[in-house]
Structure formats: structure tokens, C-alpha cells
Design a protein around this ligand. Structure first.
Ligand code: SF4
Length: 344
């Protein structure tokens, strides 16, 4: 019988796994508490389980764990963790200090990414593989040892909707009261715009939705984000209008401002038009320049004018600093640096 990593199982699957061992559902709740709340991975330490059950579990199951192979801390307090996976691949997470002492953890869901966005270093590597649910939640478990994590965003390496089943399993573990106990309002998933999977996500699970938009014409978006050739702006925005939202929820649209590419007042005007009928919040993000790309970050005056136009036309538009610049915190950049230093 193959050994099952219990961190790969959603809470319901853990109940079924326990049933397979002839155990009642409350055993699954006990296991969740040991694994996620008490952070224990050794069955022999799970003292409220019978000795016999602990022995049987040790024969058929395991609880995987992550320890970072490198941690970099930025001047602004952002911390970047690099984890090595069992097959030697690496994956990264970023802990970002927010206002009022709160902390957001940005996690990855794939090794590499198939979406090929031209402004993103991860996009240039292509996709190596999906992360398992365990590899997704282990990033959270490891970061929590370094201090509380209030919010979680799926905005690291990878397109979460390209790994939908495993991401949904990970969300169920994050949400479980006996598991990591995050409410859906504290978790946000960012997509490049895979429309059918986005609508499936809305049907299957509740989570904050962010859409990486970055352009106001199909011509520019085709160039920045190849996914736009499959699901152009009109199709994407129509799906956003139909996305199931709770009464006070909004969809976040991320808009990375790139000098001379998408930051003109004509863009701001088109953006206002695109958002018609969408419960939207716009995050304006400064482009994080890196040596592998010719794109440049927008001038501060252009960012001011862009934001003012949106606000004057009734949109919620917030500026997000690109944190951790000095440790290359744009997605994929730490891994790229590490790979480079290994090659030399
Ligand atoms: Fe993938 Fe996101 Fe990078 Fe696009 S921006 S290539 S979706 S990781």
C-alpha cells in the first residue's frame, strides 16, 4: 500500500481515509489539529490517539514538512523563503508586512508557469509541474513558524487556476476550523484570466478573486499576456460581471503600470469603460524592473494622473508599493537569481 501524505488530503478526504482504517470522523479532526494547529508531523507524538492507531498510521501515512533553504529579509521587512521540494525543484513564498502590523503571505502554486506573461520572469521559464496540496499548504505552515500570517494570497509562481483541483484542496485545508482556520475573506487568489476555470472556481469554493489585467486594449494585452488571445478583454470582463460575489465583495484588478505601454490617460479612460457594471477595486502596482526585461516602471506623475482619473470617475483605485525591491520580490525573481548563481 502506498504511503499517503496526509497534507495532500482535504478535510473530507481525511475523514474518508480514517474510515478506511475503520476509524470514526472525529479521528480526522484530531489529526487536523495535530498537523496544522500544533504543527506536529510525528505520529508517535500524537498522544490522544491510541498507540495501536499511531502504529497503523505510521505504516500507511506520513506528514510532510518544509524548511526554507534560504530566507532573505528586505529593508522594508519583506521576507522571502525558498523551499526545496522532494524532487529537487524549488518554490518560493514572500511574507509581506502590511499596515497595522498585519502580515500577508504570498504563496506559489506551480513550479514555473505556462502562461508566459511578458513582464514576468517566471513566465520565461515555462511550466515544470503543478504543486501538490501539501506543497501549497506547507508554505503556509513554514511561514507561520516565523510569526503570525493574517492573510494569504495566491500570487507567487504559477497560475492557480491551471492547478485548480489541488488549489481547491489547499483552500479547504486553509479554511478548516481544525486546520489552519482562515476565513475565505482572508485568502485571495490571483488569475491571469482563465475564464472557464474562473467560473468553475466561483461555483466550487469561496475565495477573494483578483484578476491580473494590466492592459485596456486587446492589442496590448495580447502582447503582455498571451492568455488574452484565448479569452480577450470582453470575454474576461463578462465573466467578471457574472462571478458570484457576496454582498460587500469586489473583484480586485491588478494593474502593473509599465512606462509608455499601459499608463496613459487614454488607458485610464478605457479602464473606466471596461469596469462598467463590475464590482471592482483597482490595485495600481509599480512595475518591478529587472535585468531580463526592457520594461520600465512608470513616472510618478503619470501614476498620479492615472489614479486621479480613476478616482474622479468613481472607481476604487489603490496604489500598491512593490515591496521588497532590494530582494527581488517580484514573482520568480529569487528563483531566477538562485538558478543563475548555481550555473556560475
Ligand atoms: Fe504566470 Fe503570473 Fe507570471 Fe503570468 S504573471 S507568467 S500567470 S506567474
Amino acid at each position: 500500500m502506498p504511503v499517503t501524505d496526509l497534507k495532500n488530503l482535504s478535510p473530507d478526504e481525511l475523514v474518508a481515509f480514517c474510515a478506511g482504517l475503520g476509524e470514526k470522523p472525529f479521528r480526522a479532526r484530531q489529526l487536523l489539529r495535530w498537523i496544522y494547529q500544533r504543527d506536529v508531523s510525528d505520529f508517535s507524538a500524537m498522544t490522544d490517539l491510541s498507540k495501536d492507531l499511531r502504529t497503523r498510521l505510521a505504516a500507511v501515512a506520513t506528514v510532510s514538512d518544509f524548511a526554507p533553504v534560504s530566507v532573505q529579509t528586505s529593508r522594508d521587512g519583506t521576507r522571502k523563503y525558498l523551499f526545496r521540494l522532494a524532487d529537487g525543484e524549488t518554490v518560493e513564498s514572500v511574507r509581506i508586512p502590511m499596515d497595522e502590523g498585519r502580515t500577508t503571505l504570498c504563496i506559489s502554486c506551480q513550479v514555473g508557469c505556462a502562461m508566459g506573461c511578458s513582464f514576468c520572469l517566471t513566465g520565461t521559464f515555462g511550466l515544470t509541474r503543478n504543486l501538490t496540496p501539501a506543497e501549497i499548504v506547507n508554505q503556509v505552515c513554514a511561514a507561520r513558524r516565523d510569526g503570525p500570517v493574517n492573510n494569504i494570497v495566491f500570487m507567487g509562481m504559477g497560475e492557480p487556476l491551471h492547478n485548480l483541483d489541488n488549489v481547491i484542496r489547499a483552500l479547504q485545508i486553509l479554511y478548516a476550523g481544525e486546520g489552519l482556520n482562515y476565513g475565505p475573506r482572508r485568502v485571495t487568489l490571483s488569475t491571469s484570466g482563465l475564464v472557464p476555470e474562473m467560473l468553475e472556481l466561483g461555483r466550487r469554493v469561496r475565495v477573494g478573486l483578483a484578476v491580473s489585467l494590466n492592459a485596456t486594449t486587446d492589442e496590448v494585452r495580447d502582447r503582455l499576456m498571451p492568455v488574452n488571445r484565448r479569452y480577450p478583454l470582453a470575454v474576461l470582463l463578462e465573466a467578471c460581471r457574472n462571478y458570484p460575489l457576496q454582498p460587500r465583495e469586489r473583484i480586485t484588478f491588478e494593474y502593473i503600470l509599465i512606462r509608455g505601454v499601459n499608463d496613459t490617460l487614454a488607458d485610464a479612460r478605457r479602464l473606466v469603460r471596461l469596469m462598467h457594471g463590475v464590482r471592482a477595486k483597482i490595485n495600481l502596482i509599480a512595475y518591478n524592473e529587472h535585468s531580463g526585461s526592457d520594461f520600465r516602471t512608470s513616472c510618478p506623475e503619470d501614476v498620479d494622473a492615472f489614479q486621479t482619473f480613476l478616482l474622479d470617475h468613481g472607481l476604487v483605485a489603490v496604489r500598491r508599493a512593490s515591496k521588497g525591491r532590494d530582494i527581488l520580490a517580484a514573482c520568480g525573481q529569487l528563483k531566477a537569481e538562485l538558478d543563475r548563481s548555481r550555473e556560475t
